[in-house]
Every structure is written in C-alpha cells, then in structure tokens.
Write a protein that binds this ligand. Sequence first.
Ligand code: NAD
Length: 459
Amino acid sequence: MISVIKHRIHGMKSVAVKCQGGFNMAQEISHQTDGKQSLYQVALEQLDYVAKLIDLDASVHEILKYPKRELTVNFPVRLDDGSYSMFTGYRVQHNLARGPAKGGIRYHPSVTLDEIRALAMLMTWKCAVMNIPYGGAKGGVICNPKRLSSAELERMTRRYTTEIMIIIGPNYDIPAPDVYTNPQVMSWIMDTYSMHVGHSVPAVVTGKPVCIGGSEGRLEATGRGCMFVTLEALKHLGIGLDETTVAVQGCGNVGSVAARLLQEAGCKVIAISDSQGGIYNPNGLDIPEVLKHKSETGGIVDMFASLTDAKGLRKNVDVVSNEELLELDCTVLLPAALENQITGENATRIKARIVAEGANGPTTTAADRILYDRGIFLIPDILANAGGVTVSYFEWVQDLQAFFWKENEVNNRLREIMVSSFEEVLTTAQKYNTDMRTAAYVLAVERVALAGLQRGIYP
Ligand code: NAD
C-alpha cells in the first residue's frame, strides 16, 4: 500500500509525504547497526530512513541532518586544594524551526560532541512528537561529578554557564537536568545567568526547585506520563486494568512513580528492580511498601529477607535478576533504568503484550524488529518518557508569566498532551501500517519539516 499526502506551503515547495505500509525503521536499520555505530550515526540513519519513507524534500532532509549550532568550551575551574583543572563542555542546538531550543545538560566522563549532537537531534523529535513549541538541544561537560566536591561542582557549573551564556536564554535555549545534573545544578545555572543580566531569570532553565520557580508535578512528570500512555495502550488493545500485570525495571525517578501510579490505577505490579536485582510476586506487590523500604534502606532485594512472615508479605515473593525480570509473564513491561536492555538476544523471550519505554533507548534496533514481528505493542521512548519535557515546558510557561499552577492543573494538562500525542502517533501508525516508533519519527520529522518550510530559508 502506498499513500501520499501533500503539505502545500504557501509560495513554497511542497513536502511530499509518501509511506509504504508494513515496514518499520528497525527492519531497515538493524542489519546495519546493532551496537557498532555512534549514537549520532544511528540518529542520522533513523532520519534517513524516515526521510525516504515520507519522501521528504531533499533540501529539507539535508538541513535536518546538521545541528544548527555547536559550541565547544574549554575552561579552568579552581579545585578545593587551590590548583586549577581544565574542563571541556558542549552545547548543541539541533533545530529551532518550532521554537527555542530545549534539552538537558549531562555531567559524565564519557560525554562526547558526537553523543551531544545525537541527543540534541532526539530532543528535536521528542518536542515535535509532543507538539510543544521547542526545538532540540543538549549540553554536557566531560567530568566525573562523583570525584568533585559540592563546591567544585558549583564552580564548574557557574563557569560552564558563563561560557555557554552566549547561546542560552529564556528565548533562545532552555537547559534542564540530565545524567548527573539535578535541581541544585539548575539553581546554580539560573543564579549565574541572573547575576550576569542583573535580575532574576527563572525561565532560563527548567527542573528547578519549586521555591525558585520550578513547577509543581515536575519531579513525578516522567513516570506519570508513562502511566498515562500505558493506560491508553491498554485501552487500545482492549485489556482491562484488573487483568493487567506490570513488571518495572528500575526503581528511580521514572520507575518508582510509574509503578505506584499504575498500581493506583488498578493494575497489578508484579515485579520491580533496582541495580541489585528485583522482587517478584505473581499476585502483586505492595508498591508503597516497597518504595518505603527502598527509601529507608536504599535497596529492594534485601526487602525479601527483611519481610516478616507475620505480615504475610513474604509469601510468594521471589528474588529475580534484572535479566529475569524482563522475561516475566506480564501484560506490561516497563524498562525504566538503562539503555540496551531488550536486545536481539532476549527479545524472542519477552512475554509482555506492551513494552512502555520509560528509559531512553532500552530497546536495541535488532530487538525492535523482533518485538514488532511478534506483535508486541511498543510505546517508544520519545513518547513514553516525554512527560518530563512536557512539564518542563509548563515550568517555562509559568516562569514567563510569573503565574504558577496547582499540581492538579499541571497533571491534568500533562494528561491531555500525553493522551493526544499517543492518539496522534497511533493514528499515524495505523495510517501507514507501521510500528509506533517509526510513526513517532514520521510525525516528528513531518512537523519539523513543515515548520522549516513555512518559515522559509533566510535570507
Ligand atoms: P534514576 O537514577 O532515578 O533511577 C535509575 C534506576 O535504575 C535506579 O533504581 C537504579 O538502581 C536502576 N538501575 C541502575 N542500574 C541498573 C541495572 N543494571 N539494572 C536495573 N536497574 C538498574 O534515573 P531516572 O531519572 O529514573 O531515569 C531512568 C531512565 O529514564 C534513564 O534512561 C533516563 O534517561 C530516562 N529518563 C528520565 C527522565 C526523568 O525525568 N527522570 C526523563 C526522560 C527519560
């Protein structure tokens, strides 16, 4: 089946959107990749695949391949012992056709410009899928934050902020937390920027503490968004909440919130894990009890040993490894820890009906194809975990207006956007007879291309 849509742009070339049914991105890419290429090469191949599929205008395709801006900064930081150390940081803005740039800042020893480029491009697609008015960006500093004192981290953050100030700002590029950056780091960025311009500018970053202009509901937003799209997938497949079992890999910000909210919604959460392993009870776990234990002791697995028979909680609870958890018999598998967990090796043994990608990149391209062929419904990361960036958008809107919403209002608006984005991706998938990941990319690339064509090429 071949369908053709034409987006006619006033006074401009049209984007011919052509799609062949029954294919997905993974089928095309998996044989070329599976672990060998850089994240940026994979991102480019994904774009190439979608461009071909929708018959994207060649010049628009060429523009989308490149980041608009890449800034590399080398800067000294005074360490606690009085010596100085040089650090390298980056800020990359991929595409600004739909609005100012948005994307996290990560602190990690393995940060590279290539990785930041790829992540900036992914942010462009994620914001476009959610239809929030941003382009994509990402930043990072090559460092080991675990080896820096809090004072060193603060000095590094303030200097990095000063170095990238020439391209960030509430109307230009709005950073947020990513790997090993947190609300405290966002506070230092906001303060440094504000000191330079001479007045408080809360809208320059999101993910701040509520007391300096953060949003209610931001901390729980990614897990909550994951819950909303999972409920939509269940509804779409005609599976009742009372017959739904859920296994969650990861018990951090995303996994713990998604597990608690899915249980509150009426699903049975049968397994949950952290880096040490997990616990499993086919009759359902008491998630608030598990989370309380984890916050008090830092672990999950030892809960099994510490549970008292008198409370009856230990009955039927087994310890499972993270690998075993992925292969449990359940309705929903929610990977919310690391990337590359569902691979070409274990995808044939996944028993879930739905995979909801709470984490970024938990499924390899080879696994994607196997899951698709086996009829497993996958909610891709750029949709499933986009609740965080969506509430970041709300935070920015509230900061710009200096008018703050109640948590209930934030959650309701989040639900609206998650549900409508899910429906739009599903409609695209059905229309082109393709999988949800390919459909999400098609929707995103179309939207970004359309915005670019509508605005035209300056001058
Ligand atoms: P987190 O650090 O709060 O939690 C990570 C969890 O994974 C922890 O429970 C940790 O114990 C567990 N874990 C670590 N190694 C593991 C292993 N080998 N096997 C199983 N579990 C392991 O992180 P988070 O913020 O919840 O993020 C989780 C994922 O979601 C990441 O991929 C992140 O990029 C993605 N994500 C997070 C957000 C957000 O707003 N927090 C937004 C979008 C995407």
